[in-house]
Design a protein around this ligand. Structure first.
Ligand SMILES: Nc1nc2c(ncn2[C@@H]2O[C@H](COP(=O)(O)OP(=O)(O)OP(=O)(O)O)[C@@H](O)[C@H]2O)c(=O)[nH]1
Ligand SMILES: [Zn+2]
Length: 194
């Protein structure tokens, strides 16, 4: 029986990435046949593929039978991603809030949506907007708030070497997009300055 197409793709990507990592190490003057490095191309390729492949999930929602009209906030969702400029990690926490419409979402799905878009080559601004747009599309909520706080290793470990610098990005839509009481509630509950 032939292997599924997806399996062939992953295998092909792994092999090509391994070869490229071996070439990279060689270009950096390293001996890829040494006992310590001989398995490194395989490990690096597998790590990158793992970090760039989101896990599948079902976006479970429930009817908002009780007519809940207030904010739902999940804060301090840890995430990590890879910056598309340097292929170095940026990592931090996401705070997600929404005001339900006709459906409420399984809370864990908010963390899974963060992962869905963070396992990619990203910039923090796009990641923030993608999370916000996806929740808006999936839940048709009255409003969405997304705040991401992250350290970019490309900025703290190298280059500017701005140790401790944190970047905050936000997306507010619907009833959270204006400076109304719910927006203030989101900021207070999340202990946010954004
Ligand atoms: N807006 C935005 N910029 C990012 C993000 N991640 C990394 N960067 C920036 O992308 C920029 C790339 O700029 P370049 O000048 O081409 O890169 P570089 O020569 O390595 O610059 P330095 O990092 O300043 O040494 C840098 O300023 C990074 O800090 C992000 O998520 N959003
Ligand atoms: Zn970077």
């Amino acid at each position: 029986m032939p292997a599924p197409l997806h399996a062939i793709d992953i295998n092909d990507q792994q092999v090509r990435a391994e070869n490229a990592v071996a070439e990279l190490l060689s270009a950096l003057g390293r001996d890829v046949t040494s006992a310590h490095l001989v398995e490194t191309p395989r490990r690096v390729a597998a790590s990158l593929l793992e970090m760039l492949t989101p896990r599948d999930f079902t976006m479970t929602t429930f009817p908002n039978d009780e007519g809940y009209e207030e904010l739902v906030i999940v804060r301090d969702i840890p995430f990590h991603s890879l910056c598309e400029h340097h292929l170095l990690p940026f990592r931090g926490v996401a705070h997600i809030g929404y005001v339900p419409g006709d459906r409420i979402v399984g809370l864990s799905k908010l963390a899974r949506v963060v992962e869905l878009f963070s396992r990619d080559l990203q910039v923090q601004e796009r990641l923030t907007q993608q999370i916000s747009a996806y929740l808006t599309e999936q839940l048709a909520p009255r409003g969405v708030g997304v705040v991401l706080e992250a350290e970019h290793l490309c900025m703290t470990m190298r280059g500017a070497q701005a140790a401790g610098a944190m970047t905050t990005t936000t997306s507010f839509t619907g009833v959270l997009s204006k400076d109304n009481p719910m927006r203030r509630q989101f900021r207070l509950a999340g202990d946010l300055t954004a």
